[in-house]
Ligand binder design. Structure first.
Ligand code: C5P
Length: 243
C-alpha cells in the first residue's frame, strides 16, 4: 500500500534526454510519485508532448522553467503555463517583487478562465551554482548568500507566492523566518545508499522532511538506479522507519 502522505511530498526530476525514457519513468513511477518535474532540458526538447503525457496519467506536473523577465512577459508566460496544465511552476526571485506579483496575476487569470485550482508558485532564491565568490566578484554583491536567500524569500512572500526552492542547508532558517506555511521544495536529496553526484549540499529524504521540507526532489538517485521501483520503495521505507 502506498503511503499517500509520503507520495504527495515526492517530486521526480525528469532530467532525461529523450521522451521515450521520460514516458517510461512516468509510466513505472506514477504510483509512487506525487509530482513529475519537467525542466528546461525536456521542455525545450519536447514541450507539450511530455506535459500532455503526464496529465493523461493524472499526475501533478511541475514546470521548472524558472521564469525571469519583465513583469508583463512573466505575467503572460505564467498564464500559458497554467493554461497548459501545470500545478506547480517557478520564477526567479531576483526578477523582483513586481515581477513575482505579475506571475501570480497571470496564473490566477488563467485559473479563472480555465476553471483550475490555484497552482503552487515557487521562487528560486539564489541558484546553488552561485558561490559566495561569484556573488562578490561577478555580481559585485558583498552580502552573504544565506542572508540574501532569506531576503529573496521574504520578497517572494510579499509578492504572494507560495514558497521557495531551497537547499536542505537553508530549510530551517527559511521556516523560522517565513513561517511553517511558507512552502519549501528541496533538491539535492540523496538517500543514505546513493551517490552524491555533483550535488554539494545534500540531505537524506528523511532528514529533509524532518527539517520541514514540504516537497523533496528526487533525481538521479532514482533515475540512474538499476531497479527504480526498488529504489523508490527503499526511500519510502527510509522515511517511514525514521519518522
Ligand atoms: O539528480 P538530482 O537529484 O541531483 O536532481 C536535482 C534536481 O533538482 C535537478 O532537476 C536540478 O535541476 C534541480 N535543482 C537543484 N538545485 C537547485 C534547484 C534545482 O538541484 N538549487
Amino acid at each position: 500500500m502506498i503511503d499517500e502522505e509520503i507520495k504527495k511530498r515526492l517530486v521526480l526530476a525528469l532530467d532525461v534526454e529523450d521522451i521515450k525514457e521520460a514516458k517510461e519513468l512516468v509510466d513505472s513511477l506514477s504510483p509512487y510519485i506525487g509530482t513529475f518535474k519537467v525542466g528546461l532540458q525536456l521542455f525545450c526538447g519536447y514541450g507539450l508532448e511530455i506535459i500532455n503525457y503526464i496529465k493523461e496519467k493524472n499526475s501533478n506536473f511541475f514546470l521548472d522553467v524558472k521564469l525571469h523577465d519583465i513583469p508583463n512577459t512573466v505575467e503572460k508566460a505564467s498564464y500559458n503555463v497554467i493554461k497548459n496544465g501545470a500545478n506547480f511552476f517557478n520564477v526567479h526571485a531576483t526578477g523582483g517583487v513586481e515581477m513575482m506579483r505579475a506571475a501570480k496575476k497571470g496564473a490566477l487569470e488563467a485559473c479563472e478562465k480555465y476553471n483550475k485550482k490555484p497552482p503552487i508558485i515557487l521562487a528560486v532564491t539564489m541558484l546553488t551554482s552561485i558561490s559566495q565568490e561569484v556573488l562578490k566578484n561577478e555580481l559585485l554583491n558583498d552580502n552573504d548568500i544565506e542572508s540574501l536567500v532569506i531576503q529573496l524569500a521574504k520578497n517572494a512572500k510579499k509578492a504572494g507566492l507560495d514558497g521557495v526552492v531551497a537547499s536542505a542547508k537553508e530549510l530551517k532558517a527559511i521556516k523560522k523566518e517565513l513561517g511553517n506555511d511558507f512552502i519549501v521544495l528541496t533538491p539535492g536529496i540523496r538517500p543514505s545508499w546513493s551517490l552524491a553526484d555533483d550535488q554539494k549540499r545534500i540531505a537524506t529524504p528523511k532528514s529533509a522532511i524532518a527539517d520541514g521540507a514540504d516537497y523533496i526532489v528526487l533525481g538521479r538517485a532514482i533515475t540512474k538506479a538499476q531497479d527504480k521501483i526498488d529504489a523508490i520503495k527503499k526511500i519510502y521505507q527510509e522515511i517511514k522507519e525514521e519518522n
